[in-house]
Ligand binder design. Sequence first.
Ligand code: NAD
Length: 473
Amino acid sequence: MPQRIYVDGEWVQASGGAAIQVVNPATEQPFDEVPRSGPKDVARAVEAAAAALPAWSARPVTERAGLCAAVAAALGERADELTETIVNELGMPIKLTRAIQVGSPIRTFMSMPEVAAGVAFEEELGSSVVHRDPVGVVGAITPWNYPLHQIAAKVAPALTAGCTVVLKPSEVTPLDAFVLAEVMHEVGIPAGVFNVVSGTGPEAGEALAAHPLVDMVSFTGSTRAGRRVAELAAAGVKRTALELGGKSANVLLDDLDDAAFEDAVRKGVAACYLNSGQTCSALTRLLVPRERLQDAERLAADEAVTYTPGDPRDPATRLGPLVSAVQRERVREHLRSAAEDGATILTGGPAAPDGLERGYYVRPTVITGVAPESRIAQEEIFGPVLVILPYDGEDEAVRIANGTPYGLAAGVRAADQDRARRVARRLRAGQIRINDGAHNGLAPFGGFKQSGYGREYGRFGLEEFLTTTSVQL
Ligand code: NAD
């Protein structure tokens, strides 16, 4: 029960005394609360981070990266507690929570010594020495869908780079950030280097983005909020990194045989429904050759119904609730509006799933019969909603895939790997999977267009928090 915020190495009362309730999305019951911090609390944390910067940035990078590895080990020791916390605040099925929501941030912190070793922090260039220096105090603002994972993607490289951090986690899923603060304290991250201030976006988030002592804002969340953060940061000429939304395409090329096509459609459903569709890189538009549209519709609907929504604590559950009533209503509104616009809902739809009166559950849904320009095929829905779009020829597939305001991720499936790679190179998306290529936590991730700018993970994520200085000899 975190009744205090973590500032300058101590647990302190937030000013104002108001609290934000944390609700379990599977039961709709509040089960905890965190302080609702305001600008004064943010200022206190930013001042602590600024004061801690000179000493932290002067420590050798190997020491900073080593402390991140120690954070990973300590998080690993608390993996059961973290799994429990994140299932309670987010509602993702327990096995997936453990593997992804807890496993991935541990791997990110653990990777820091290796990642740092791949960056030239000092190099000679003719008569100059070029240094890569920490950008300074970082304000990190994170979303609820992969809460600790998104935090780790910023905090681990920022600390390794030599920056100090004030984190404002999502007010919907803030609890895991408090566990991280305890871990930071325990492993000896010095006071002021890492601070956690819980609060809402308009109150704590905006204060952080606008604070004059913040040198960089690293934001992950919606395009709407990212735009606002960038506006505020621009006034202070701060560096920003924005990881925003997506409407990613999964392109099935026409050379797949029947078995490969079926596999691609079924795995395509999984790539859309992970975390109940609340994944920024979810492949939410399935692009199929027009002559195979009916097969795709039949297979996708058949696969979708195997994702019976249910209790995230049941190890057999593959589809948990959405995170909040607001999110559920947003998804239902999209489904109602698509139906009114003439879309065919093959399975699912806006009605509550049978037998689940409590919890923010949504039926796994597959939609067809819509134009690529329609709202349901253009806007990020953030629920278990797959849209199938037919195409005529590879050029049209590429045009449809690139034809949204976003450009975060994509998938390509083909029998001919070289052809898949050629098509992938024509897609304006930051991360592309060919034939279900394995996830690589060291590969860069980030967007084109309204999916944002900046890259996270591996060497590329670390470089975001560095600036260059040159000394002429
Ligand atoms: P959100 O934008 O509502 O909130 C994200 C964070 O921003 C929260 O901490 C929130 O408090 C804060 N915030 C909101 N308004 C703000 C403001 N005016 N000023 C400062 N901070 C503000 O997003 P969400 O609903 O938490 O997350 C879902 C969104 O995040 C989706 O659009 C998803 O695609 C995106 N996302 C992107 C990535 C990526 O890497 N590209 C990863 C995960 C999620």
